[in-house]
Ligand binder design. Structure first.
Ligand code: GNR
Ligand code: NI
Length: 183
């Protein structure tokens, strides 16, 4: 297993549409293990492969609480096949937008179809934090970030802040940037 660097906005790779996995093999399972290690280290409750710069449709999630046994779930090619009319609001954050949190409204419950670690087709019906995390991660696979669901004013404010920070980092050798690439 290996820790991998997490990329942050304004890195435009976060806007890529990730490509489906054709076969769940040992390479894919190794990717999932690296993602889980990176997610727990961060720490976060979910991670999409593009956040470690791999544009593949792979997601890991663990919404278990501190002190509980870990309950990691790995999803390959996840798709929402049903979502409730009922909505819920969670304060979301993203490891690719550090230290920024905002309320986001999404369907309260979703059903998703995916391949598991063995490549078997599976379905899960989720509510609560798991439902929110699943939608947040599947958004990543489509190049969508949670700030795309908030007001344009707030989104532009946070985006500009990270562009500025990236430029600053690029001009200060010895201060490794989150990622200093520009749009
Ligand atoms: O760690 C995370 N917490 C979180 C909280 C509320 C809604 C979504 C999330 S996902 C986030 C980790 C992350 O950035 N996943 O892409
Ligand atoms: Ni995220």
């Amino acid at each position: 297993m290996a820790l991998r660097p997490i990329i942050c906005i304004p890195d435009n790779r976060l806007r890529l549409k990730s490509q489906p996995i054709e076969r769940v093999d040992d390479d894919v399972r190794r990717l999932m293990d690296d993602m889980l290690e990176t997610m727990y280290d961060a720490p976060g409750i979910g991670l999409a492969a593009i956040q470690i710069a791999v544009p593949r449709r792979v997601v890991v999630i663990d919404t278990s609480k501190e002190g509980e046994d870990a309950r990691p779930i790995s999803f390959v090619n996840p798709e929402i096949v049903w979502s409730s009319e009922e909505k819920s609001v969670y304060q979301e954050g993203c490891l690719s937008i550090p230290e920024y949190y905002e309320d986001v409204e999404r369907p309260a419950r979703v059903r998703a179809r995916y391949l598991d670690r063995e490549g078997r087709e599976n379905e899960i019906e989720a509510d609560g934090l798991l439902a929110t995390a699943l939608q947040h991660e599947i958004d990543h696979l489509n190049g969508v970030l949670f700030i795309d669901h908030i007001s344009r004013l707030k989104r532009e404010r946070v985006w500009k802040k990270f562009v500025k920070a990236a430029k600053h980092n690029a001009n200060e050798p010895g201060h490794p940037a989150h990622d200093s690439r520009e749009l």
